[in-house]
Design a protein around this ligand. Sequence first.
Ligand SMILES: C[S@@+](CC[C@H](N)C(=O)[O-])C[C@H]1O[C@@H](n2cnc3c(N)ncnc32)[C@H](O)[C@@H]1O
Length: 249
Amino acid sequence: MTGTVYLVGAGPGAADLLTLRAARVLGEADVVFHDALVPAEILKLSSGRRIPVGKRSGRFATAQHFINKRLLDAAREHRVVVRLKGGDPMIFGRAHEEISFLLQHGVRVEVVPGVTAALAASAELGISLTRRGAARTVAFVTPRVGQGEAPSTWVRTVLAADTAAIYMGAGESGAIASTLITGGLAASTPVAVVENASLKHGRREFGALGDLASLARGFEGPTLILLGEVFSEAAAAARRATASTARAR
Ligand SMILES: C[S@@+](CC[C@H](N)C(=O)[O-])C[C@H]1O[C@@H](n2cnc3c(N)ncnc32)[C@H](O)[C@@H]1O
């Protein structure tokens, strides 16, 4: 007999965006393996053992195969094992690796969804990613490709979508902008850059794709790049504000 491993979405950062189901499962957990950025307020919902296995790009990282093995060992020992991930576990969260490994070893897995960063950013900006008349398609993409994986089709996907949310891209925003412009997007395409969506200290910038590198400069927390016509009014307002500041100088 083994326990159940729950892949639980912790949401984008604000603790009160956690689902009731996630809170219940955390309350029942014997052990919680959690990502680096999960807030303490959420971790406190569990009285079980908490083990950080966070992967933050370029910093501390626990190899995926090691995490898989620890989840399996924990499921052989405990009834309720939680793997707590930022945002939604199924969006750029390596959920598939964990699910398939555990199923292969006969461990039951359940997934509890969370609010993904793109939806938290949309809510915070008050801008619908599918605004009627402006957007009928939304793409969630990342330029990030792991070792040994096929090249990403993110450029083609962004070009084809009305609205795009680019995960794990802020550190290379200059390269992203020039790749998309070379691919055919206008340098004037409206963009939004959102850091720490849902948190009080979150920051945002609006502008044009051609200025993406300077808009994203200094954003070191988790940051999402959003682009598409739906951001045109916000980008125009930002342009007016910059122009009037320049005139006042
Ligand atoms: C490994 S991915 C995980 C995504 C997560 N599973 C989700 O559904 O949001 C990490 C990336 O998500 C984005 N991200 C996560 N939380 C964010 C937040 N609060 N605000 C802005 N972007 C965020 C950033 O692009 C970050 O580099």
